[in-house]
Structure formats: C-alpha cells, structure tokens
Design a protein around this ligand. Structure first.
Ligand code: MV4
Length: 449
C-alpha cells in the first residue's frame, strides 16, 4: 500500500480522499492555491504545499507545479479527485512516467473515453447498447443528411471532443442540417481544437441513468447499481438518487451485467461510470467517466462500500474487498448539491460564511469543506456541500431529507438549500416522474409566475 498520497484537488472531494487515506494509514499531501491558504483540506492534510496563484490554470491545473510538489514531498501516488486534471490523459501519463502512481485508470483508457466517437464505437463493440447514429465522424453536411435520413429526424450533432453538454445541436429536419453542421464544427474547433463531429438519433425525454463500476488488476469487475441524475440545469447536476425510481430489478440486473462484462473485456482498472439515456424501457450509452464522481456517495449509502478506499486499493494493485454476490442494495439515498449561488438565478455568491451548522443524525451525511469564518473564494466551482441522506424506502429518505434541509444553516452567502427544500415537495418529484428537461421547465414555469 502507498505510504503517502498527494491530493491534487480542493474542497469537499479533497477532504473525502484525505479521510479514506487516513483510514488506510496513508499520509496525505495537500496542494493549494494562494486563495486556499485557509482551506479545510490544507488544515487536515499532513503536509501542504502552495503551488501557485488563485486561478485554476496557475494552480490546480498547473502540471509542472503539481509534479514538483509530488517530487518534493516524495509521494507514491496522486489522487486527482474530480474535475481539474482527473480526466486528463496526458497528466496521467506524465505522473506515471515520473514513477508515481496515478490513482485512476490507464492513460489509454482515459484517452479512449475522452474521444466520444471512440467511446461509442468501443461500447458498441463490447455489447453495450448505443443510440442509433453515424459510424465514426462525419465528413460533410451531405453525409450527415444521409445518416439522418436513414435513422430519421430529429438528430443530435455532437462534437467528438465534447461531453458534458458542450458542442451539441439538435437538427429537426433536413433543411436545417447544413447550417447546424457548420455551426457545431466551428464551435467544436474553437472550444476543443478539434472539429470532428458525429450524430445520433435525438432522444426527446430521456432520463440520465449511470452505472457505477469498480474493477481491479486481478480480474474482478463489479457493478454497484445505478444513479439517477436526471435533475439537472445547464448540464450541472442538482440532485441525484439511487436506486432510480424508473428502474425495476430486472432492468438493473440486465444493464449491470452488460456493463460489467464490457468493462472486464476492456481491461479497465479503477472506478468508472457508464452513462446512459433511458427512454421507454431502453438504455442508450452516451459517455463513460473515468473518475470518481461528485455523486458517488449515493452509491456508497445503498451499498455500504467506500468507493474511494476501493479506488486506492485497486491503484495499489490490491484486490477489491467484495465479490459481486456480496453486493446488496439497501434502501434509498438522495444527494442534494448545495452551491454558493442564488437559488433562482444560480449566480455564484462567494464570500464570508458567518455561521455554519450542518445537519446530523442517523443516515445523514454532509461532505463539505466549509466552516464558520471561511470565505468561499470566487475562483472555483460553487459547490460548497453535499447533503446525502439514506432511508429504508424512497419516502423514508425524503422525510429525512426534508428534516435535514430544515436543520442546515449556512449564513453569510446565499445557497441552493431553499431550492432543494422546494423541489422535494413537488408532486412530479415525489412521484419520481422527471426527465432531463424537467428542472429547466419547472424553473422557467415558476419564473413566469
Ligand atoms: C443526448 C441527448 C438526446 N439524444 N444524446 C448531454 C451531455 C452529454 N453527456 C450527452 N447529452 C445528451 N445527449 C441523444 N442522442 C440529450 C442529452 C442531454 C442530456 C443528457 C444527460 C443529462 C442532461 C442532458 C441535458 C440535455 C441534453
């Protein structure tokens, strides 16, 4: 096992990783920007190294500075968390070349899944259902029209280097194709430096359901059930739950088995998430994430498995501590992402947190790096806490969540806590009948009231 791990991240996920390390007897090294001198992850770690000015480009994305910190502190491994460098194949490669273990899958697997066409092609070859679409990249608007004709409109043009919702356009009919094609191409070129474009049949009202996987270097591949992440705004997830209210046990078993088999055949190692759109009882692969995700705790709550611990074990070459047969899903879990934002406009609200009282009690978990007196810096993502609750049933979970949200005090900055309190009273949400567009429609409707 590693002696010392550098945590190349900040905020709640840096704490989450530190906690797993501590419980495994591993010492931690925090890195931080000049703006994060007083951050909680810096206080908790065994060592801390300032790596640059506040902007992420000069600090948490600064590869030479992070490598220097790793060399100086003599770590065995680097955990990238999520965001920042977590899915940067070049970073994984450089870390590895320095004789330091990158806690994540191989650079090749990260690169493969970062190319959305290659990911789609790989998924299809491995027996994962994909959305009907073009095989590979589109050479011209005419070729796009031919594919669209064969699968039927509407279609969605996507950038191969996109993901997370950037570089996409719905095309309703042939007459709109030529213009849309050149728009997506030039936007992709500008945003990703790659104008490769492909298309898929556009699914109008799907849910976003993702399957958690965990694979080690000993041939063990586990699936840990799904998370429903349909409640989102502008491709930012707002609330996630497990299990999905839309799936039955049969669907769950079927997709889990398909995904496990594929991940095993790929030779993938580490934690990963296979993302699907789910519509009319069918799953359609869209992307694979090769990192630990923000919403991993809902899976931990229903399985009792510490995913970060398993991720670190696998990276160290140890086997996962479970067999698929031993994984059982118990009850229901919901995560609310709490951001320092106006709960209606979502405009970030950095500043001094004058008071902080997180909720507690049975089956209530708060992952946060906040404390009273902390000042939320304006330079980074506005996520300040995750409230994750568990209950025996979805309804029990909701009752507990309602109580926990009532208890939660964050003073000094506006947060999205009131939005969550409102959402979980909504009849559609209570019935579990929502798709990826539901929240934006709800917010638009309540704006005009
Ligand atoms: C789609 C789609 C409908 N049809 N693909 C958005 C981000 C990227 N991960 C894939 N995305 C979508 N792909 C087809 N063929 C709708 C979306 C989509 C979406 C997906 C998941 C979660 C939220 C979303 C919001 C808008 C669009």
């Amino acid at each position: 096992m590693f002696d010392k791990v550098l945590i190349a991240n900040r905020g709640e996920i840096a704490l989450r990783i530190h906690r797993a390390c501590r419980e495994m007897g591993i010492r931690t090294v925090a890195i931080h920007s000049q703006a994060d001198e007083l951050a909680m992850h810096v206080r908790l770690a065994d060592e801390a190294i300032c790596i640059g000015p506040p902007s992420a480009a000069q600090s948490y994305l600064n590869v030479p500075a992070i490598l220097s910190a790793a060399e100086i502190s003599g770590v065995d491994a680097i955990h990238p968390g999520y965001g920042f460098l977590s899915e940067n194949a070049n970073f994984a490669e450089i870390v590895t070349d320095h004789g330091i273990k990158f806690i994540g899958p191989s650079a090749d697997h990260i690169r493969l899944m970062g190319d959305k066409i290659a990911a789609r092609d790989t998924a299809q070859k491995l027996g994962i259902p994909v959305v009907p679409g073009s095989d590979g990249d589109l050479e011209s608007a005419e070729q796009a029209e031919a594919f669209a004709e064969s699968i039927g409109y509407p279609v969605l043009l996507k950038a191969a280097s996109g993901g997370g919702g950037r570089g996409m356009k719905v095309v309703e009919a042939q007459e709109d194709m030529a213009e849309a094609f050149s728009t997506v191409r030039s936007e992709a070129k500008a945003a990703f430096g790659d104008d490769t474009v492909y298309l898929e049949k556009y699914l109008g009202t799907p849910r976003h359901i993702e399957v958690q996987v965990l694979a080690d270097t000993h041939g063990n591949v586990l699936h840990l059930g799904e998370r429903d992440c349909s409640l989102q705004r502008r491709h930012q997830k707002v609330l996630e739950e497990a299990p999905s209210p839309a799936l039955n046990d049969q669907d769950r078993e079927r997709i889990g088995a398909i995904v496990s088999k594929a991940i095993g055949e790929m030779g993938y190692e580490g934690v990963g998430t296979v993302e699907f759109l789910y519509e009319n009882g069918e799953f359609y692969f869209i992307e694979m994430n090769t990192r630990i995700q923000v919403e991993h705790p809902v899976t931990e709550m229903i399985t009792g498995i510490d995913l970060v611990r398993q991720q670190i074990r696998v990276a160290a070459g140890l086997p996962v501590e479970y067999l698929q047969d031993e994984i059982t899903f118990s009850g229901h879990s919901i995560e609310c992402r709490i951001n320092a934002e106006d709960p209606r406009t979502f405009v970030p609200t950095p500043g001094l947190v004058t008071d902080y009282h997180p909720p507690g009690g049975l089956d209530v978990r708060v992952d946060s790096a906040l404390y009273a007196g902390y000042s939320v810096p304006p330079y980074y993502d506005s996520l300040i806490a995750k409230l994750i609750v568990h209950g025996k049933s979805r309804n029990g979970c909701l009752m507990r969540l309602r109580r926990a949200l009532e208890e939660f005090v964050v003073d000094g900055v506006s947060t999205t806590i009131p939005l969550h309190a409102e959402l979980i009273e909504n009849p559609d949400f209570l019935d579990g009948v929502y798709n990826i567009h539901w929240l934006e429609e709800y917010l638009a409707a309540s704006d005009s009231e």
